[in-house]
Design a protein around this ligand. Sequence first.
Ligand code: BGC
Ligand code: NOJ
Length: 843
Amino acid sequence: MILRRFWGLSHFRPSGITRSRVNLPEHLAKRHMKYGHFDDERREYVITEPRTPWPWINYLGNEDFFGLISNTAGGYAFYRDAKFRRLTRYRYNNVPMDEGGRYFYIKDRDVIWSPGWKPVKTDLDRYECRHGLGYSSITGAKNGVEAEALFFVPLGTWAEVHRIRLTNKSGELKSLKLFSFVEWCLWNAEEDMTNLQRNLSTGEVEIDGSTLYHKTEYKERRNHYAFFHVNAPVRGFDTDRESFIGLYNSFSDPQAVLKGKSGNSVAHGWSPIASHYLEIQLNPGEAQEFIFVLGYVENSDEEKWESKNVIQKTKAKACVARFDTGKKIDAALGEVRTYWDNLLGAFVLKTDDQRIDRMVNIWNQYQCMVTFNMSRSASFFESGIGRGMGFRDSNQDLLGFVHQIPARARERIYDIAATQFEDGGAYHQYQPLTKRGNNAVGGNFNDDPLWLILSTTAYIKETGDFSLLDEKVPFDNDESRSRSHFDHLKASFYHVVQNLGPHKLPLIGRADWNDCLNLNCFSDNPNESFQTTENKKGETAESVMIAGLFVVCGREFVQLCRRIGKVDEGEAAQKYIDEMIETVKNHGWDGEWYLRAYDFFGRKVGSKENEEGKIFIESQGWCTMAGIGLDEGMVERSLNAVKERLDTPHGIVLNNPAFTRYVIEYGEISTYPAGYKENAGVFCHNNPWIMIGETVLGRGDRAFEYWRKIAPSFREEISDLHKVEPYVYAQMIAGKDASKPGEAKNSWLTGTAAWNYYAMTQFILGVRPAYDGLEVNPCIPPEWKGFTVHRRFRGAHYEIAVRNPNGVMKGVTSLSVDGKTVLGTIIPLLPAGSTCRVEITMG
Ligand code: BGC
Ligand code: NOJ
């Protein structure tokens, strides 16, 4: 009893949970639990207990068609845009949470169960969910029957494939009834909340053998429909939710399943669903599999109809035919695996610690792809209707993605740049379907433009493709106002120069990276948004963080100018950078650390003079990365202050002391309780800035320590506390002032993915694409004896072995390529297709 209270354990310990007392730092060395394990060989996370502390999800799909799937098969599917093209319904903010998904019900005599445990929640004899790269496989077993459900989106396909394999492991004949279930979303997911009364009358379906079609609004302006198919004859079906579930029942006990018989219902309005009913006889030892396809079709106006009100099904049938046998499924899954082999083949690390390698080689890169695809739109924390593609976010996401598919990165850079304004300013987000910018979450975030420089130069260094600079790109999506992409970068740079405040620091505008430090919004009205309200003229509040960011991005701009022969342009820009450095030293330094900002009244923010919020992470990160005042000791003092005041066992908090009262002139930040989100939470996204800052000083031990503290694989052992998935980063871990420090929230869609990848690979391991070659200049903990990296770079293969015989943290003493010594730290470019061995000794 005492023990239980002390460790905060509940009396209930579901089977499958592994308890461990592992090699954790002192502060975490309590008994903690995990709910599965990594299978690195197969690149999977294996969950062995369905009752995870929060739904642990995965993403299906790589290009146009996506699904979110939890470890109990909850979630939904959409085509490109989770708001306007959502195929299946999902209820955020539900009780219990994560209800609704792609469900299978198995009726074995009187026992009803689901392979993913939910929704029926019958205790299973065995449960296992394997989340892999682009697929999930969920297996349940009950009373001698095993059901393995595989979910994935084949490449180049606008559909999810669900293959369910039933095996009779008992010694007797099994007569089973299998019901499938999905609930259709009537496309615009927001309307389920805002105009539900309309939706209750518009629903329309069509039934054609084993294919159930959803065609709501198809006869008006929509040219798309959805379908759910199974590759076997059905004994029945349902397309009306009430007929299948029953008005007073729930997902866990649908009346059709209880009865063991479908209603063959045809939905007219209300809530259309798709459910197949199959009867299956399984001899002892026999296995049978069924393939379900949940797909999306677009038809042109000319080919919309087969006959009056009968939809044209050619494309749906073609899609289904591509996946009608187990062999075809195996091949399609094999293609997804090969696709990932190839993507992950660009960077393969080997250290002595699996927990590092699995993050760098598998999960961090995977998460980077997901953030690239989703931006901040659809996760189990982002509802898919609120936020589109962020200007800042999508640029940053490229840092972690560009080496995977540079061609898609190139396209993305244009999409983003095309929403920019002529003066360099930007909409804060754009909509993925139309690719048009909008003000839904405000505008005038004055850091936004600079990130375009960072993503573009990252792309060119990775590919050597300077041609994108000449491409004509519109401003504000207006073709008549197109200029070269280079001019967009120039506009970004000068947007800062032209928006300086009283101290000649950059004006912050709506906010900078910290969306919640709103220095021009004084709000005493709880009904207004901090992101769209701006009631003070933005002519005084200044950001030291943007100053640091400007120096880093500005140098990139200058370097680029020189590369392309725009020497004067580069020189002109350099002057502004030099001035900014001086300005920060004179007006952005607080004595022991960098100030954060000046508020609307010209008062210091993030200063020892403040009572709360004396120090903020963002300006320490950017000014140390920029090396501002390095010679004067500013970088070192700043980073020491971070260590002393912001570092915690769970990562670095954003500010300290946390705000405990509402500061009206600071905007949203102090609305959060102390220790959460932007108010002194561990905002994981900006921790890597400090890691990189530490590498500027050459302190590899500190850089790595910060990396390790927030790395999911290192936190796996404390999964019960961490709460969200142990294989991907979360946006925030509750900080030291919170009631439960170490509890994470908002997993998956966060700039944390790209920044940690960038910090680890390019600054700690130090393998950094450069215009003229591949640079290798590690900054590692002294106890590392070395590591190896395979890097595919511009078509050639670099087998890099780093040795650290003297236990240093930084400094390359020799570099050889195929036995030949090279001076400096840059491996010259190799012809595409070739392979070389690079030996590096630190000392
Ligand atoms: C914050 C949210 C805020 C949002 C507005 C985010 O950065 O973390 O709390 O509501 O910005 O866009
Ligand atoms: C989340 C946003 O997506 C990101 O752009 C922002 O920088 C952070 N929150 C911090 O406010």
